[in-house]
Design a protein around this ligand. Structure first.
Ligand code: NI
Length: 219
């Protein structure tokens, strides 16, 4: 791998990480020149990284206006949740035994109980991804895992503003207890209820929550 290739990949990862983590906010302008100055590089690799991110749906390009962090539309949120129902529901139904045998399941349950006690938001955030990933990874299907990770990254920024984490934690517990009780039907039903609530909350964050964030501006 050439040094140039590595650098391009790093710039791409760096900008993507700032979008996914919410440092760069939806609708925020990404100025190629400013980014290049901050990173002490030329504008070409910055532009290349932004074009790659626009192909992946993280950035929007407007002719003569430049690059902007993409704001998800309501339709896109609904599409992501529908795809999550499809892929997570499929794994519960088809890889239930593998999920049950997953060595993380017991420790995930213990940590969910800890969140219930301590109301630790940071721990909840860690568990959320770990728990949903455990369901997905039980498939040992790299295509499914990659697909799920793409969905998760897109919704991550909205998820982080989700205020209902204690309720979400309860819903996760319901799913995991059904898994441990070997009740596939109940686990599937609890997953559907959880994702339906995630949908409601995410749409709320999209329409209300994100507007209240006053950070941002031009980078
Ligand atoms: Ni969840």
């Amino acid at each position: 791998m050439s040094k140039d290739y590595l650098m391009r990949k790093d710039i791409y990862s760096l900008i993507k990480e700032k979008i996914v983590s919410g440092s760069f906010l939806p609708g925020q302008r990404l100025n190629v020149r400013n980014l290049a100055d901050i990173l002490h590089i030329s504008t070409t690799p910055v532009r290349d990284a932004l074009l790659k991110l626009s192909n992946e749906g993280f950035v929007e390009v407007f002719p003569r206006r430049g690059f902007f962090v993409k704001a998800l539309s309501e339709k896109e949120v609904l599409d992501i949740i529908e795809a999550r129902i499809m892929v997570e529901g499929f794994c519960i139904n088809n890889y239930f035994d593998e999920i049950k045998k997953c060595e993380d399941i017991d420790s995930l349950k213990e940590k969910m109980l800890e969140v219930k006690q301590t109301k630790n938001r940071k721990l909840f955030d860690e568990l959320d991804k770990k728990f949903h990933s455990a369901i997905i990874c039980a498939s040992y299907n790299n295509n499914i895992i990659r697909f799920f990770n793409e969905l998760w990254e897109k919704i991550e920024i909205l998820r982080r503003h989700n205020e209902r984490f204690m309720k979400s934690n309860e819903e996760h517990l319901k799913i995991i207890l059904s898994i441990l009780a070997d009740n596939k039907k109940k686990a599937y039903k609890a997953l559907l209820i959880h994702l339906s609530n995630v949908k409601k909350e995410t749409l709320y964050s999209l329409n209300e929550g994100i507007k209240t964030i006053t950070r941002g501006g031009v980078l």
